[in-house]
Design a protein around this ligand. Structure first.
Ligand SMILES: Cc1cc2nc3c(=O)[nH]c(=O)nc-3n(C[C@H](O)[C@H](O)[C@H](O)COP(=O)(O)OP(=O)(O)OC[C@H]3O[C@@H](n4cnc5c(N)ncnc54)[C@H](O)[C@@H]3O)c2cc1C
Length: 445
């Protein structure tokens, strides 16, 4: 269906969230992270085109800058939405806009669909819902992987009106966040989509064990990081690794793919230098330390953390032990075994996995350390819905005329992904639940 609308995908499928150590356990056993040609804007474009046609034909009344603050439900039926009309704004996409109120509105409807997104931009709400018993205490410092409008306010409105919200402690936050040196939204963080070679140390300088390896198990790694009582961890890598293995999430960080420019894609992904956005972060990002020697690197890491938590001797011992395994064809280091495994997949070998080398080999330098922050992103719980995307009250009764889709409904149902998501599957839940809501709402209206 999406192909029919004109959507296309980058031919190399990424392999994210490879999972823990057991075949029966969490993780993707095959590559399944499909990148849309044109990234996010490429997904939206065919829908926007159709919507504009409907607006032009007078079939759709499009009302931006209308913020819903009330939902009227009476006798088990949703009847209307009300709220504030905000002053016009011309900010670029993703930037926070003004909240000056210039009027109000109330719209009655036979069918109402809530598609207001998650809570990741509202750190107070994230902390309130944090699953402390599963992951340990919420981080004191987080950065935002979503714009300010992802504020969870509409979920509170819906709940106050009598809708059921379930699985609110299910969230999907990343462990490889870096502060954006050129922020678009408040506390703007970017997620590194890492290849398998960077060495991962906790804030105290201990190398993390499987499954806390780059790209393996986000939730287990988050728990492991927080067990130190600190909020950050470190990647230690080489120039050769950053060049081949670092990808940054977000349409503006991938101008080649977003602009559908094949020549630029080939140059940036197969060239001798790191892609320009990655190189820019290396030079300007506040979380990066670059040095020729390990001693200088560790001194820079301690400076950045503001505490002398890392011992150069201990880090050297870990890195040298790992480096010795590179020359061992059998290798007992789980990350090196995984790295060799990754290179059996052609897609990884071509564009995502550096040729195995010693971290302390100056020919692959300089050395790079990246302070990794917890980055809020997805809300896996939300409005409780049935398979027709109908919203349910806390007692399980259907609220007539009310539907929910996308992240506001936990990507569908109020928790389509369970406790632990699989990467590359989120937008699918938005589209799928949106289709269910649209089809059934059209029948009901
Ligand atoms: C940088 C980035 C990278 C991502 N990468 C991926 C990826 O690679 N793969 C993947 O599957 N997913 C990815 N995601 C996640 C995915 O984009 C989101 O899960 C998805 O866009 C959510 O869609 P949605 O329509 O449910 O909510 P949103 O896209 O958040 O839209 C919600 C809309 O509702 C509006 N709204 C909110 N409250 C109100 C209110 N009270 N009144 C009126 N309007 C309101 C908001 O302004 C917004 O326009 C990424 C997200 C980000 C930010």
């Amino acid at each position: 269906m999406l192909h029919g609308l004109g959507m296309r995908w980058f031919p190399v499928v990424g392999w994210a969230e490879r999972g823990g150590s057991l075949a029966t356990g969490h993780g993707n056993s095959v590559p399944r992270f499909h990148i849309t040609w044109g990234t996010g804007p490429g997904v939206v474009a065919p829908f926007e085109r159709r919507l504009r046609e409907h607006v032009a034909a007078g079939r759709v009344d499009y009302r931006p800058r209308h913020r819903v603050t009330g939902l009227a439900i009476a006798g088990g039926r949703a009847e209307a939405v009300s709220g504030e009309i905000l002053a016009p704004a011309g900010e670029p996409r993703g930037r926070a806009t003004g909240r000056d109120v210039v009027g109000d509105f109330c719209i009655e409807a036979g069918a109402i669909v809530v598609a207001s997104g998650g809570i990741g931009g509202n750190h107070d709400l994230v902390r309130k819902n944090w699953p402390t018993e599963r992951l340990g205490p919420a981080p004191k410092r987080m950065i935002s992987g979503v714009p300010a409008y992802v504020d969870g306010q509409m979920l509170e409105v819906a709940e106050a009106a009598g809708c059921g919200v379930i699985n609110r402690d299910r969230m999907w936050h990343y462990t490889e966040g870096i502060a954006n040196f050129d922020p678009i939204w408040p506390m703007h963080g970017i997620r590194i989509l890492p290849g398998p070679s960077s060495l991962w140390f906790d804030a105290l300088g201990r190398r993390m064990q499987a499954p806390a390896m780059p790209g393996f198990d986000t939730m287990a790694t988050l728990k492991r990081i927080l067990s130190t009582g600190r909020d950050h961890s470190w990647f230690v890598l080489t120039q050769s690794i950053i060049r081949k293995e670092f990808a940054l999430s977000g349409s503006e960080q991938n101008p080649d793919m977003t602009g559908k420019d094949w020549r630029a894609v080939l140059k940036s992904r197969l060239g001798r230098k790191a892609p320009p956005p990655v190189e820019a972060f290396k030079q300007k990002g506040e979380d990066f330390v670059v040095a020729e020697t390990l001693g200088d690197l560790v001194a820079g890491m301690n400076r950045l953390a503001g505490e002398d938590l890392l011992s150069p001797g201990a880090l050297r011992a870990e890195i040298e032990a790992r480096d010795r395994q590179i020359a061992n064809p059998f290798a007992k280091d789980a990350q090196i075994v995984a790295l060799r495994g990754a290179r059996h997949y052609l897609g990884d070998r071509l564009i995502r996995t550096a040729r195995p080398h010693r971290i302390l080999d100056p020919a692959h330098g300089p050395l790079i350390a990246v302070r990794l922050n917890v980055l809020t992103r997805k809300t896996l719980g939300g409005l409780h819905t049935d398979l027709d995307a109908r919203v349910l009250a806390p007692n399980g009764q259907v609220i007539a005329g009310l539907y929910a889709a996308g992240e506001a409904a936990g990507f569908g149902g109020g928790g389509y992904h369970g406790y632990n998501a699989l990467e590359g599957t989120f937008l699918g839940g938005c589209l799928f639940s949106g289709r269910a809501a649209g089809r059934h709402a059209a029948g009901a209206a």
